[in-house]
Design a protein around this ligand. Sequence first.
Ligand code: F6R
Length: 260
Amino acid sequence: MRVVVLENAEAVAQFAADFIVRQVNGKPNSVLGLATGSTPLGTYRKLIEAYQAGRVSFKSVTTFNLDEYYGLEPTHEQSYRRFMCESLFNHIDIDLAKTHVPLGSTLDVERETASYEQAIRGVGGIDLQLLGIGTDGHIAFNEPGSSLASRTRLKTLTRRTRQDNARFFGTIDGVPKMAITMGIGTIMESRELLLLACGEGKAEAIARSFEGPISSICPASVLQWHRQAIVVLDKGAARGLSQLEYYADCEANLKEVAKV
Ligand code: F6R
């Protein structure tokens, strides 16, 4: 696991955007896994800038989002489909037919979740999955206690997650109680994982996930078991980590080697 600690949220966004641009330029038909929420917004803004500057094209890229609120139509103001269109898709040259977000308003959850898995398999799997982390340690909407082998399915949100997301819906009661989410097993099959976290509010979840035991009670801890996982943090989110000096040494040495 590579832990990269940067000065602030802006630097985290720049790192993630540069990483994604390199991925897409190296493999124009990349399959990207995308996340919603506040954390990736800066990254998406920088991807739009890179596209506008002619540094990248998303014409042949396929995307799969992690999750969608259950019961929301794709056109709902707070749906993740709408979030993705407004924050990224509408501003780049991606083919909307190649973008996938689970259908929260589905009347047949079994079919929707099975076909989501099938669609990911059908394009050969996800090359690079972008992740945020919940204050309770969730990744996508895999809440504490989720099976580390879980697949895309319907999941109940914790009250803490609903409280955290109440800012978008006005009150906690407005936040849907369930979501369709990629499973942890699904996420772990991505060839590379890039988890971003900013702010002290994430510090405890980060420390538990990356310097604590692997446990379903802290779902993000499963990244310790992935061969290509990069955790990119600002100083606030990194505050609870005990091995900061070592992580900095690793980054410095990587840069040295890259120069040779
Ligand atoms: C969103 C998602 C969630 C968020 C997490 C952090 O697609 O999968 O796991 O990444 O809840 O949300 P923010 O970034 O709003 O703090």
